[in-house]
Design a protein around this ligand. Structure first.
Ligand code: MOS
Length: 684
């Protein structure tokens, strides 16, 4: 590497490479962030002279101005030794290795399939997709003196980034603070610390001054991605539509150096009863960055294939697709043979079908028209997890009746600030204007990464838990008052409401929070607590949806428009109708993109991405999105967790691409199993 010409550019301060960078940790363990794959060796930017993928950063140019740095970077002269590589999943599928998966087979799926009256077997393909949040990955590291650093980062988990950077750069936690109060989209791309935060920190340490690093849109394609996946489904049924055999095999992409995988195949056993079932999950190693989580990882891909296969089976059985799903409906998680805490999926089918007008569907493909357009109606099921994680919150209640709640959680645009304020107002009995929520700072109480749709339940329960501590403290204070109306009240007898501590037995016995704090000369009450929940494995915890799609296909040109979508979602208690609706609507839009637009295109001769920009990487725009109706099906659930919250971040995308693909089949009679369904595939 010759950095001479770059260094001679006026305004360039340094060019860092693997040869001259400051020290970084040497062990794989030190580079494992909280959500790194268990197996493998995490990527280390500027670590050595090995190049693992196109788009890998190999030098960092630091300059007074960003434009200067960009120009100087173009002058770095590099010689490469070329080695053999492969970036095409299809070329590598036979080398894929089996990943240990939890789903247990039952019965003999191969034998049952061979003997089944009606069979469907097919392979589905989902191409590589990139997250492409509008906000680029960027890190600003301020040099605070005394070896201290403050890192402003785009991330879904400030404490994950903090632990990671401290480990890589051998810092104490108090020496390195990570802040990320707002995130302009992430969708899973911000779960793991990305390489720009390492490089920005490296630069700050090398220069002992503040450094900002913003990736270009093209560089964003050197990060993780939804892995291209081949899904093979085999369904065997009796003529009445009950399943005899279900087999789901997936082959997904990982890098040469880490084994990233998510559960693609196990969803079938959550949704459909089958006497015999078998699941196989393989990984193929390609010369690419490690694949990563992208909204509903595993389910978005696996359930796409499953739900298209179910549609094809319904056609073979001459059964309505909703009816087939009802005949196979499982009230149990068959992987673990346990019931659900709640499962209102039947109601999703019913309410979704009714709102869509499904009963007016003519079964025969190409039988519905609107002028020159073929009209297609398709549907699919969605399923996701309802998880919760340990999280803590701090409440500072001041004598003016104001409460500030802090937690290290991120809000990635999902509405975390809003719902936490609601839960705090509710549990503290204060008006919502009196609540301030602070998030996204590693010095705040512990939080998991914001992902997996678990933050609403996790953070809400942390807030409720610490609000309980505040109530205990306030009752103690109330009892100390002269002639206290709550002198002999027990904790379970009092509630916080309307800025007062009130007896539940006699509402006239109440004390204003502000009054008692003033009288007791207590300026502030500060409490911190971690949520807690029993490790109960006796029930399955899932969210569900039924998605109905209408497409209109121009018969001459093959242009597909998704004219209507109805998504009926069962996800426990909905905390905020507006943010919940936005979550599902955004997911549905992405599902339309998955069905019709999104594809990272490679030139496998060079191992390079051909559309590393958002001009040629297609996503749905306004003109592609028409009528979206979101229905929340009532789903009271006292078992999933005390507040009945299941989370909504990911369920909305699952099933959408399949519903659209099934609608395209119904419109055209053509079954396109390789996403995206572009007009060249429809017209061939
Ligand atoms: Mo989500 S893919 O867990 O950010």
């Amino acid at each position: 590497m010759d950095i001479g010409a770059a260094m001679r550019v006026a305004g360039v301060i340094a060019v860092l490479t693997h040869e001259n960078r400051p020290a970084m940790a040497g062990s794989d363990k030190a580079w494992k962030d909280d959500v790194a794959p268990e197996e493998g060796s995490p990527f280390r930017p500027l670590y050595d002279d090995k190049i693992m993928f196109s788009g890998q950063p190999i030098a960092l140019v630091l300059a007074e101005e960003w434009e200067t740095a960009r120009y100087a970077a173009s002058l770095v002269d590099i010689e490469y030794d070329k080695q053999a590589f492969v970036t095409d999943l299809h070329q590598q599928r036979d080398q894929a290795f089996v990943v240990k998966k939890p789903e247990k087979p039952h019965g003999d799926a191969d034998k049952a399939f061979a003997a089944a009256t009606v069979r469907h077997e097919a392979e589905y393909f989902i191409p590589t997709e990139h997250h492409n949040p509008m906000e680029l990955f960027a890190s600003t590291v301020t040099w605070d003196g005394g070896g201290k650093l403050t890192v402003y980062d785009k991330t879904q988990g400030v404490q994950n980034v903090q632990r990671y950077l401290c480990s890589v750069f051998d810092r104490k936690p108090e020496e390195l603070r990570v802040i990320s109060p707002y995130v302009g989209g992430a969708f899973g791309a911000g779960l793991r610390p990305q390489y720009q935060v390492v490089l920005a920190t490296l630069g700050a340490l090398a220069l002992q001054r503040s450094v900002r690093l913003v990736l270009t849109r093209q560089q964003m394609y050197g990060l993780g991605y939804r892995p291209a996946t081949i899904e093979r489904l085999k369904l065997g049924a009796k003529s009445d539509g009950t399943l005899e055999a279900l087999s789901h095999e997936a082959i997904a992409v990982t890098s040469q150096f880490e084994e990233f995988s998510r559960n693609d195949t196990g969803w079938a056993a959550l949704l459909y009863k089958s006497a015999n079932a078998k699941y196989v999950h393989r990984l193929a190693r390609l010369d690419l960055p490690t694949s990563s989580d992208m909204r509903a990882p595993g389910a978005a891909t696996g359930v796409y294939a499953l739900e298209c296969a179910m549609d094809e089976l319904a056609v073979a059985l001459k059964l309505d697709p909703v009816e087939l799903r009802l005949r196979c409906y499982s009230d149990k998680d068959q992987n673990e043979d346990i019931p659900y805490t709640s499962k209102a999926l039947r109601e999703c089918y019913r309410q979704g079908a009714e709102a869509f007008g499904w009963s007016r569907r003519q079964a025969e493909p190409r039988s519905m028209r609107d002028g020159g357009d073929l009209v297609g109606w398709g549907m699919a099921t969605g399923v996701w997890e309802a998880l919760q994680m340990p999280a803590a919150a701090r409440i500072v209640l001041t004598a003016n009746g104001h409460a500030e709640i802090s937690c290290a959680a991120s809000d990635i645009g999902t509405g975390t600030y809003t719902i936490m304020a609601q839960v705090a107002a509710d549990t503290l009995g204060l008006p919502i204007e009196n609540i301030t929520i602070r998030l996204g700072d590693s010095t705040m109480p512990q939080a998991p990464v914001e992902g997996g749709s678990w933050m609403a339940a996790s953070a809400s329960h942390a807030v409720a838990a610490v609000a309980e501590e505040v109530r205990i403290e306030l009752l103690a204070l109330a009892k100390k008052l002269k002639n206290s109306p709550l002198a002999d009240a027990k904790l379970e007898d009092v509630a916080l409401a309307d800025g007062r501590l009130v007896s539940k037995r006699d509402a006239s016995r109440a004390v204003s929070i502000a009054d008692m704090m003033r009288e007791g000369a207590v300026e502030r009450i500060e409490k911190e607590k971690t949520n807690s929940f029993a490790a109960d494995k006796s029930h399955a915890r899932n969210t569900h949806s039924a998605v109905f799609a209408e497409v209109k296909v121009d018969e001459q040109l093959g242009v597909v428009r998704v004219t209507r979508i109805v998504s009926a979602v069962a996800a426990g208690r909905i905390l905020n109708a507006k943010t919940a609706h936005s979550q599902i609507m955004g997911s549905v839009v992405w599902g339309i993109g998955m069905a019709l637009h999104e594809e990272t295109v490679f030139d496998h001769r060079f191992g390079r991405i051909m559309n590393a920009n958002i001009a040629e990487y297609h996503v749905p725009v306004n003109a592609d999105v028409h009528d979206i109706k979101v229905i929340f099906v009532d789903e009271p659930d006292s078992l999933v967790n005390p507040m009945g919250i299941k989370g909504l971040g990911e369920i909305g995308i699952v099933g959408v691409a399949a519903a659209v693909a099934n609608a395209v089949y119904h419109a055209t009679g053509k079954r396109i199993r390789d996403l995206p369904i572009t007009l060249d595939k429809l017209q061939s």
